[in-house]
Design a protein around this ligand. Structure first.
Ligand code: NAD
Length: 489
């Protein structure tokens, strides 16, 4: 993706680019300067139906390949990603506005996902079982489910794609990916790479466009056997209902309001370092962002002042010297600024940030300054609701029990972190915190391809991706038993 004439980005169906049937397009703007980057297919149900039909046609042959062979083909996709990693990173940086080193890191993470799940072709372990019946042997096998409908957001677009597409394909499913309307180009680049690597036409398809109608049509299509969705809790709730109605398998990776606890015995330098990364890296656009900072009273002021100084020193922009870029869209920027205003009207006090940056070079972009708010009650709406921007609230806590109570006091339950030198405190907290991921002396984010990630409560529906646990999402278990008759020996 390069500057200049806006790109035209169509759907990718049966191995070829195809415009939407209605011929309409949506505009995709550069988050850094507001320039028109691309015009993307504004797909509707008919386009989704075409993509699902292509995936259905390709399914029998793809499912018939051995997992080892599928793994070899996916290894070739990974090799292509590695070869074209700079191009992938440029594309991510351009359409999200994140600094180049962050985009390269994300591409590296996506490649690791691909490596991990390609290798799964030589494992795909299931179980052997005992039986109560003499002579009976029993074991399970993992079988593909069919057409997988995968819906992703734009915050880490190539990582989000790899996170879902590799496990879906290794298990023998074919895929229709609903790309994010805010990151449409990276999905097409991945499609191109897949074709080059020998993924058969129709095995991987992309539908561009808005959540409703394009994403919604994928969710309600009876031929889509499983829907894996990463996005907001509100949309996840609707998908759970629709999927439930037709008994499709649904995996939901949703929002978070993740607590980072700083105890009185914490290494404050480390705590400030990880809190700043958790709250502000990727411009706070992480489901696992540390947006609720719970700090022991005795170190509260010292921590707050050091974190505020760090936040003020962060550089905004798209250069390699920058720490964070803009938000993904004007809509998201406005929504974050409105949330800050609301927090202040509810009794919050601005510690730093709170508005758009003063630099004229950033004036046309969707930037929001790294923002810290304190004095907001821990149960106030904005202390508990995900904002999805570079905004964190600070709350003083009396002790570890108070910290745990507040960490568990939102409807979410995605991740948490605690900073302490005490093993006892760390164990006590990590065992009790209501979160799918609990880190000690780290940030609230940082999952790896072989580690299960997912949340309690409103952060998901109990599934875990990636790791081997993702195989439970993308495959169906079958139990096979047989009886050896001793009389025949
Ligand atoms: P979003 O829910 O608005 O959109 C996500 C995707 O869903 C987009 O592709 C969108 O087009 C599509 N979509 C929207 N409405 C739809 C509908 N009715 N039917 C089907 N698809 C629909 O979310 P967003 O603002 O783009 O992304 C931010 C959210 O994603 C945050 O809540 C964040 O926490 C969450 N997220 C979660 C994880 C995780 O692993 N838990 C990771 C990244 C982001």
């Amino acid at each position: 993706m390069s500057a200049g004439t806006p790109m035209r980005l169509d759907n990718w169906i049966a191995g070829a680019a195809r415009p939407s049937r209605n011929g309409r397009t949506l505009d995709k703007f550069d988050p850094h300067d507001g320039e028109l980057l691309a015009q993307i297919a504004d797909s509707e149900a008919l386009d989704v139906a075409d993509a699902v039909a292509a995936a259905q046609d390709a399914f029998p042959a793809w499912a018939a390949l051995t997992p080892v062979r599928r793994g070899q083909i996916l290894t070739d996709v990974v090799t292509g990603m590695r070869r074209r990693s700079l191009e992938l990173a440029d594309c991510v940086a351009r359409e999200t506005g994140k600094p180049p080193q962050d985009a390269r890191g994300e591409v590296g993470g996506a490649i690791l996902q691909g490596e991990y799940f390609s290798g799964e072709g030589m494992r795909l372990y299931a179980r052997t079982l005992t039986s109560g019946l003499p002579g009976k042997s029993s074991y399970t096998v993992r079988q593909r489910r069919g057409v997988a409908g995968l819906i992703v957001p734009a915050n880490t677009p190539i990582a989000n794609i790899a996170w879902k597409v590799f496990p879906a394909l290794i298990c023998g499913n074919t895929v229709v990916l609903k790309a994010s309307e805010d990151a449409p180009a990276i999905a097409m680049l991945f499609a191109e790479l897949s074709k080059e690597a020998g993924v058969p036409d129709g095995v991987f398809n992309v539908v561009q466009g808005r959540g409703d109608p394009a994403g919604a049509a994928l969710v309600t299509d009876m031929r889509v056997a499983l829907v894996s969705f990463t996005g907001s809790t509100a949309v996840g709730r609707w998908i759970a209902q629709e999927g439930g109605r037709r008994l499709a398998r649904v995996s939901l990776e949703l929002g978070g309001k993740n607590a980072l606890v700083v105890c009185d015995d914490a290494d404050l330098d480390q705590a400030v370092h990880w809190a700043a990364l958790s709250a502000f890296s990727n411009a706070g656009q992480r489901c696992a962002a540390g947006s609720r900072l719970l700090v022991f009273e005795s170190v509260y002021e010292a921590f707050r002042d050091r974190l505020a100084a760090k936040a003020c020193a962060l550089r905004l922009g798209v250069g390699s010297e920058c720490d964070l870029g803009p938000l993904i869209s004007r809509r998201q920027q406005q929504s974050v600024l409105a949330a800050v205003e609301q927090a202040l009207s509810q009794g919050g006090r601005l510690v730093c940030g709170g508005s758009t940056p003063a630099e004229t070079s950033l004036a046309r972009g969707c930037y929001v300054q790294p923002t810290l708010i304190d004095e907001l009650l821990p149960h106030a709406e904005l202390s508990c609701r995900e904002i999805f921007g570079p905004v964190a609230t600070l709350h003083a806590v009396r002790d570890i029990r108070h910290a745990l109570d507040l960490a568990n006091a939102t409807e979410y339950g995605l991740t948490a972190a605690i900073h302490t030198r005490s093993v006892d405190r760390a164990l006590w907290f990590t065992q009790r915190v209501r979160a799918g991921v609990a880190n000690v002396n780290l940030g609230t984010y940082g999952s790896e391809p072989h580690m299960p990630f997912g949340g309690f409560g409103a952060s998901g529906n109990g599934t875990r991706e990636p790791g081997v646990e993702a195989l439970d999402v993308y495959s169906e278990l079958k139990n096979i038993s047989f009886l050896a008759r001793e009389t025949l020996i």
